[in-house]
Design a protein around this ligand. Structure first.
Ligand code: DX5
Ligand code: ZN
Length: 226
């Protein structure tokens, strides 16, 4: 099992004070930053693009993990590489030629990941696993912060974890959506390494305390009642 990483999602940050928000979670012990890119088509919300990522890159020393919730993301890949994204995930459901897209992300010098919606199956994911560095398992329907955790996606996490053990793969498993002190332990127990947390970090006044709480709670197996 990889050590855990906490990645605050900027979607829940104050967009008018991004540099300060990044500095606050960097001081508070964040491992890297999760950046949600939405196009208003793949998901019913619109956020930010590569120019904002380029500005964030100058404003923080933390690595940027960009989650593209966009249809046919191929035309954006070069821009995100130039903007300084380290990790880049594209949705399984949004790519017609997923393998080609993943190869292109790697050729551009970024670490490729594949994201999948709660309804998408392990069977659809399996053929691409040898070619990616990480899988992003959505535990809410993408588009918005602050939604409730969909627990049955943990079955998929267990399948991915079993696959990587079987294949002696160093693949990372990331989970995104509804991660709180209540849900993080069950996700860790299922095999998750990287935890994206939006409202559970940026929605709290003390971000260092919020990150520390998630780290502690991750060590407690199962869903917690508080
Ligand atoms: C939702 C985004 C998430 C979002 C998570 O589509 O992909 O990264 O910020 O927010 P919380 O942690 O509040 O569920
Ligand atoms: Zn996300």
């Amino acid at each position: 099992m990889h050590p855990i990483a906490i990645a605050p999602s900027l979607l829940s940050a104050d967009f008018a004070h991004m540099a300060d928000e990044c500095a606050d979670v960097a001081r508070g012990g964040a491992d890297f930053l999760h950046v949600d890119v939405m196009d208003g088509r793949f998901v019913p919300n619109l956020t930010l693009g590569a120019p904002v990522v380029a500005s964030l890159k100058k404003a923080t020393t933390l690595d940027l993990d960009c989650h593209l919730m966009v249809e046919e993301p191929d035309h954006l890949l070069d821009d995100f590489a130039k903007a300084g994204a380290r990790w880049l995930s594209v949705h399984l459901e949004a790519c017609r030629h997923l393998h080609r897209t993943v190869q292109r992300i790697r050729a551009l010098g970024m670490a490729p990941g594949v994201a999948l919606n709660p309804h998408s199956s392990f069977a659809a994911l399996e053929p691409i696993l040898p070619f990616v560095d990480f899988v992003l398992v959505m535990s809410v329907n993408p588009g918005f912060g602050g939604q409730a955790f969909i627990e049955p996606v943990l079955d998929k996490v267990r399948q991915i974890d079993a696959w990587r053990k079987r294949h002696k793969s160093g693949l990372f498993i990331q989970i995104d959506g509804g991660i709180t002190a209540t849900t993080i332990g069950a996700a860790r127990q299922a095999g998750v390494d990287w935890f994206v947390a939006g409202s559970a970090v940026f929605g709290q006044p003390d971000r260092a305390a919020a990150i520390a709480l998630l780290r502690t709670a991750a060590e407690r197996p199962g869903l917690q009642s508080t």
